[in-house]
Ligand binder design. Structure first.
Ligand code: NAP
Length: 297
């Protein structure tokens, strides 16, 4: 399959490149990326609509995968301008261009489209009700894609971490915990937000399996199980044999500018119906991530 990957240097994009090794791959990023010679690279700002249209028509991909976003969740609460462009206008334009070239479009969305009032996992068809400006911008992107082009996979995931670290957020939660522990700083983590932290290498492999199907629509993909961010941190320290000054806190005490869902576990119903292999547990994925980081795997 001819695949055009947008955002090859994102945390997820970095893991999609090797996962797509058996496909005819063209990738883009805003800045140059080190890649194997056989992979075609184009430097591209996705806000340059003429350049995006020209490239998509020139490549003629079967599938376009968009991993780009503006997702500094707390900053967006004060100014949603860039978020609305990157998370709504750009995905809308990509859907329109995908329609012109009859390409399917994979777009990555988030658990933050939900309000977290449920205490059982959210299904793909549960109504969205974002609490934050970031969640609203991602929900708008989902809506505009659905309204524009039926050959889409809107892939929602949660709490991503990968070896590259999120370029848009300056790292990821696991790396932040390790750095704070190594610096001997006191660490307090919220115990009242529950989701499923997901390893981008696992998400990337499942996306590659998904594009082989025609199960278009909204698709939840996360590692299996659930935990609070506090429990996730406890596991990071246990696996890493670290014993920092650590304790739980609450979202109210933490007082971040953006509200986050208290419970945003996503039921992976669509992939089960499509017959894709179930994702492994978040603990198993975290263990492998930490081993890879330490050069032990
Ligand atoms: N991280 C999470 O916890 C999480 C959770 C759920 C869902 N998601 C979603 O998953 C997706 C991937 O997340 P991630 O953590 O892998 O992201 P990431 O590492 O922060 O990467 C974001 C990407 O967007 C690119 N980008 C921003 N503006 C651009 C523009 N104008 N033109 C071209 N590229 C642009 C960035 O390029 P530069 O490096 O050049 O800025 C970067 O490659 C996103 O859609 C995100 O909303 C993330």
């Amino acid at each position: 399959m001819k695949v055009l990957l947008l955002g090859a240097n994102s945390q997820l994009g970095t893991d999609l490149v090797p996962a797509l090794a058996n496909h005819d791959l063209t990738v883009t990023a805003r800045t140059p990326v080190a890649l194997a010679k056989h992979i075609a690279f184009h430097q591209l700002d996705l806000q340059d609509t003429d350049a995006v249209r020209e490239l998509v028509h020139a490549v003629g991909p079967d599938v376009i995968i968009n991993t780009t976003a503006f997702h500094r969740v707390d900053d967006i609460e004060k100014d949603s301008g860039q978020a609305l462009i990157m998370n709504a206008r750009v995905p809308h334009f990509l859907a329109l261009v995908s329609r012109e070239t009859n390409s399917s479009l994979v777009h990555i969305s988030t658990d933050y489209v939900f309000d977290g009032a449920q205490n059982t996992p959210y299904g793909e068809h549960d109504p969205v009700h974002p609490l934050s400006a970031y969640g609203a911008s991602k929900a708008a992107g989902e809506f505009l894609i659905r309204a524009s082009w039926h050959k889409h996979f809107i892939v929602r995931s949660t709490g991503l971490y990968g070896l590259a670290g999120a370029s848009g957020k300056g790292g990821n939660f696991v790396n932040t915990m390790l750095k704070l522990a190594e610096a001997g700083k006191p660490i307090r983590v919220v115990a009242d937000q529950v989701c499923t932290p997901t390893f981008t290498a696992d998400l990337a492999r499942q996306i590659v399996a998904l594009i082989e199907t025609s199960g278009y629509g909204t698709v939840h993909i996360t590692n299996a199980g659930e935990c609070s961010w506090k429990d996730f941190a406890v596991e990071i320290f246990a696996i890493s044999h670290l014993n920092p000054d650590f304790g739980a806190t609450t979202s109210a005490a933490f007082a971040a500018p953006a509200r986050r869902p208290a419970y945003s576990v996503l039921a992976n119903n669509a992939t089960r119906v499509l017959g894709l292999a179930p994702m492994r547990s978040w603990r198993g994925a975290l263990t492998e991530y930490l081993m890879l980081k330490a050069g032990l795997a």
